[in-house]
Design a protein. Structure first.
Length: 146
């Protein structure tokens, strides 16, 4: 039985550009990678888990693009989500760094408020905060159709 999600890896086209987004605009702390990693990348701490950035030119993937196959989708369905203590403060920080939203703020329906943005490679990033408010009147969520 898995104990939890330890990290998520994203393929990025420009490491320094992504480092600025995740470190400066989102405020994640960059942490040391093991010394035996001989390819470019950066690791960021996100609570108990980590976000690992892998440079596109040194991997077999494509930055921001879904892998081919029946499950490849784009939009808000494929995303990473980061919980914040102060969503208003996180939004102000994004604005200071010129990062706009693609969705929200909106009630999630379970006492959380969420927003969506994109990183420099097009990955969707959700930021959410627990408000504890009654969201029984939150808008109905319907299946995403292409």
């Amino acid at each position: 039985m898995p104990r939890g999600l330890q990290h998520c890896g994203l393929i990025v086209a420009d490491l320094e550009r992504s480092r600025r987004f995740y470190g400066d605009a989102l405020g994640l702390e960059e942490v040391q990678r093991p010394s035996n990693f001989a390819f470019e990348g950066a690791w960021f701490q996100a609570g108990e888990g980590q976000l690992h950035l892998l440079v596109e030119s040194e991997t077999t993937g494509t930055a921001g693009g879904p892998e081919p196959g029946p499950s490849a989708r784009v939009g808000l369905a494929n995303h990473i989500a980061l919980e914040v203590d102060d969503l208003a403060g996180a939004l102000a920080r994004l604005e200071r760094h010129g990062v706009g939203l693609i969705g929200g703020p909106m009630p999630r329906g379970d006492g959380y408020v969420q927003v969506f943005t994109r990183d420099p490679d097009g990955y969707v990033v959700e930021l959410f905060e627990h408000t504890g408010e009654d969201q029984s009147a939150a808008p109905l969520r319907v299946p995403i159709r292409e």
